[in-house]
Design a binder for this molecule. Structure first.
Ligand SMILES: O=P(O)(O)O[C@H]1O[C@H](CO)[C@@H](O)[C@H]1O
Ligand SMILES: O=c1cc[nH]c(=O)[nH]1
Length: 368
């Protein structure tokens, strides 16, 4: 018998801003008073490109250095004083706005946001969550909230928002700016974000789910660099360790879900940027590729994808609890081309979804 979430939870599943008590933490957590984040979260870093590897990274933590500095019962912070003076905020790539839409009514009950590259995957995930949460109505009727634009797709299933972000840092970064403003305008509280994606494995069997410990750049540093007004600023890519451990614990309850925690390397390219020998361009040998992957492995890297650092950095600055969960499609020590049959890849892509779904259902008290 399917459960009717509307009857079970102290908030409306479709639109109304929800009670902040709707989410049940796994363990007793210390409730902290809301507090403003320090204003200075970034420090411009002038530097020469050629000195890149030798310069000490400047890491800027708005919320302290430890996992314990993440705050429960927290509103979503934007870090932009100019927003207050806007009469209307148009979320252009979502086709939403503060004057045209009642964002608190539409999104105020959101507690879990899941993002991933492909629009089809994120629709499938929304349909899966519709079934898993026992929502009323037909799962095929879930509509794309961003249908007015073809940049991103967005689906809402009760307290779960599922959004596509395209490929690479610029695409997810634009989406995250608008998503974080959306959550802020909607007065959402206690939101947890997940990136559920695919990746290349480093020394892991294909189909392994990697829960990211640290999101690192191509130099294996846990930082994200952004050029702003001609200067490089560096942000910490710290993720919530407690959340990663909770997810790992959930993974042990799901049969046939090989899972590891490790560092995830985020690159700006799928081919040369990830040391592939099969792009249109390649300037290195097989030995050089393998040497780089070996160094990555020694630095704790277990998978490679293209969005984790900016995702982690933006969530961290804005006080959002976040996790990255990507399945590996191949073992990069064994090759570059993705030769796995389509049906197997589809099943692999569902693995991070299964894990996050289990976490969400536990948090909602739908399962033990
Ligand atoms: O599977 P998703 O989440 O789209 O992400 C991964 O797949 C894309 C490359 O194929 C990159 O965007 C990479 O990060
Ligand atoms: O090798 C891979 C596979 C998926 N996504 C990536 O970014 N790299």
């Amino acid at each position: 018998m399917s459960l009717n979430l509307q009857q079970m939870l102290p908030f409306r599943v479709c639109s109304t801003a929800g009670s902040t008590d709707a989410i049940r933490p796994f363990q007793a957590t210390t409730r902290r008073k809301n507090r403003e984040h320090p204003a200075a979260d970034i420090i411009p870093k002038d530097r020469e490109r050629s000195t890149h590897k030798t310069m000490a990274p400047i890491l800027l933590n708005t919320m302290g250095t430890g996992n314990s500095d993440y705050i429960e019962q927290q509103e979503v912070h934007v870090k932009n004083p100019h927003l207050d003076s806007l009469e209307e905020d148009i979320l252009y790539h979502f086709d939403l706005g503060t004057k045209t839409h009642n964002l608190p009514e539409m999104f105020g009950d959101i507690k879990f946001v899941c993002v991933g590259g492909s629009a089809n995957r994120m629709r499938s995930f929304a349909q899966f969550m519709h079934q898993e949460l026992g929502m009323p109505g037909d799962r095929d009727d879930i509509r794309d909230i961003c249908a007015g634009t073809d940049r991103y797709s967005m689906y809402k299933v009760g307290p779960v928002l599922s959004i596509s972000h395209g490929m690479g840092v610029p695409s997810i970064s634009i989406m995250l700016h608008e998503l974080i403003k959306l959550l802020h305008h909607a007065h959402c509280r206690d939101v947890v974000l997940f990136r559920i994606g695919t990746s290349g494995g480093v020394g892991l069997a294909p189909g392994t789910v990697v829960i990211t410990d640290k999101a690192v750049d191509s130099f294996f540093q846990p930082q994200f660099e952004q050029v702003v007004l001609g200067k490089v600023i560096v942000r910490s890519t710290e993720l919530n360790k407690g959340l990663a451990e909770e997810l790992l614990s959930c993974s042990t309850e799901i049969p046939d879900l090989p899972t590891a925690i490790g560092n995830t390397m985020c690159t700006h390219d799928f081919y040369e940027g990830q040391g592939r020998l099969d792009g249109a361009l390649c300037s290195f040998s097989t030995e050089e590729k393998l040497e780089y992957l070996r160094k990555a492995y020694e630095a704790g890297v277990r998978n490679i994808e293209m969005e984790s650092t900016v995702f982690a950095a933006m969530c961290h600055v804005c006080g959002l609890k976040a996790a990255v969960i990507c399945v590996t499609l191949l073992n990069r020590f064994e090759g570059d081309q993705i030769t796995t049959p389509h049906e197997v890849l589809v099943e692999y892509q569902q693995r991070p979804q299964l894990l996050v779904s289990r976490y969400i259902k536990k948090r909602l008290g739908l399962i033990q």
